[in-house]
Design a protein around this ligand. Structure first.
Ligand SMILES: Cc1ncc(COP(=O)(O)O)c(C=O)c1O
Length: 391
């Protein structure tokens, strides 16, 4: 059976050049970067090279980049690290949005259960937060604003630069989760006016289990991992040298081909949108990714439950049965599907939110992949059409 991978926002395959770059660091150059001897120094040089490359890519200083185990750790580190220091100054209010990734959302909910006030800002029906709402939410007790750069389910780009300006005027640390934007669109910490930024390697053809947190010079952060003096005393634990080297290589490749990839996936997404609307009635579909406000890597649709009685599980498994990997953002808790908090935040009803499909494109996709996925999408939805709800 044909297999088509359209779930690049979940993860990407590791680029073979990244694998090649990593290989020597498993068994040949295996020293501990903290060791002072030659073995250690070689490993140290490799991680510092990767750090400089990544820092350069985001317009930061190498000393502002802390390697972590991925996006989740970076988000947790940023939020706990800043919020706990805020608390020492009597500040216990955090501003975030309703559409954050669970790495941010659940961390904020945890803090809320432990004495923090958290404002979860609404987004418009286009999935974009209004910077004025951020301004209005600020109180003298606000110790952190954390708002994602690009949403992982619907692809919307948030007005980070503007929010960053507001945060800076109020002298409130501002963190952005850039896991879905890093390596895909320009992420420059100075242009974005951010103080802290999270990113992860496995979304950009790097290995899983490695990411970084950018912390602007002068921003105070409580450390989360206690132990050795690694990462300039800010994140204890022996560095994952092969993964860091792989991350550096993945970034080097992104720096070369980011614009090309952007144009390529734009073409794929445009083709998919055009073909889907050609084959299906507009009224069956709800487009959750506003095309002019989202990255071309993501295309998210819901099936309008007021027009078609659709079985959400059959929709998702229908793709899987046909060899197509997509996602729908729903969580399966105790055997039943729970709709995505992001799609619900757009104002969709529960049934419609459950009947959601996210296609996410990558370098390896072809126009044939897109055409095949559209054909099967139409076939799956067509199977429900006898259950069309009459107007
Ligand atoms: C927006 C966003 N933040 C954080 C994460 C978590 O990153 P990681 O898988 O590296 O822990 C993801 C992964 O899906 C994501 O999309």
């Amino acid at each position: 059976m044909r297999r088509v991978y359209l779930d690049h926002s979940a993860t990407t395959p590791v680029d073979p050049a990244v694998v090649d770059a990593m290989m020597p660091y498993f068994a040949e150059i295996f020293g501990n970067p903290s060791s002072v001897h030659q073995f250690g120094r070689e490993a140290k040089v490799a991680i510092e090279e990767a750090r400089s490359r990544i820092a350069n890519f985001i317009g930061a200083e190498p000393s502002e980049v802390i390697f972590t185990s991925g996006g989740t750790e970076s988000d947790n580190f940023a939020i706990f690290g800043v919020a706990l220091l805020g608390l020492k100054e009597g500040k216990n209010h955090i501003i975030t949005t309703q559409i954050e990734h669970h790495a941010v959302l659940d961390t904020c909910i945890y803090l809320q259960r432990n004495g923090f006030d958290v404002t979860f800002l609404k987004v418009g029906d286009d999935g974009v937060v209004n910077p004025d709402d951020v301004r209005k939410a600020i109180t003298p007790r606000t110790c952190l604003i954390t708002i994602m750069h690009v949403n992982n389910e619907i692809g919307t780009i948030q007005p980070i630069q503007e929010i960053g300006k507001i945060a800076r005027e109020s002298e409130i640390p501002f963190h952005t989760d850039a896991v879905q934007s890093f390596g895909k669109i320009e992420v420059n910490v100075k242009n974005l006016n951010v103080d802290l930024l999270s990113a992860s390697a496995h979304k950009i053809y790097g290995p899983k289990g490695i990411g970084f947190l950018y912390v602007r010079k002068g921003i105070k952060i409580e450390k989360f991992h206690h132990g050795g003096p690694q990462e300039a005393g800010r994140r204890a634990g022996t560095e994952a040298v092969p993964l860091i080297v792989g991350f550096g290589k993945a970034v080097e490749i992104c720096a070369e081909r980011m614009d090309y990839d952007y144009r390529y996936v734009s073409m794929l997404r445009e083709r998919m949108v055009e073909r889907i609307y050609r084959a299906m009635f507009d009224e069956f579909l709800i487009l959750n990714s506003p095309l002019d406000k989202s990255i071309p890597y993501i295309l998210n649709f819901s099936i309008n439950s007021s027009k078609i009685e659709i079985d959400a599980e059959a929709l998702i498994y229908g793709f899987d049965l046909r060899g197509i990997a997509v996602s729908n953002g729903s969580a399966c808790t105790s055997g039943s599907l729970k709709p995505s908090h992001v799609v619900l935040a757009l104002g969709r009803d529960e049934k419609t939110a459950l009947a959601t499909v996210r296609f996410s494109f990558g370098r390896g996709n072809t126009v044939e992949d897109v055409d095949y996925a559209v054909e099967k999408f139409v076939e799956i939805v067509g199977g429900f059409v006898e259950k069309v709800v009459s107007k």
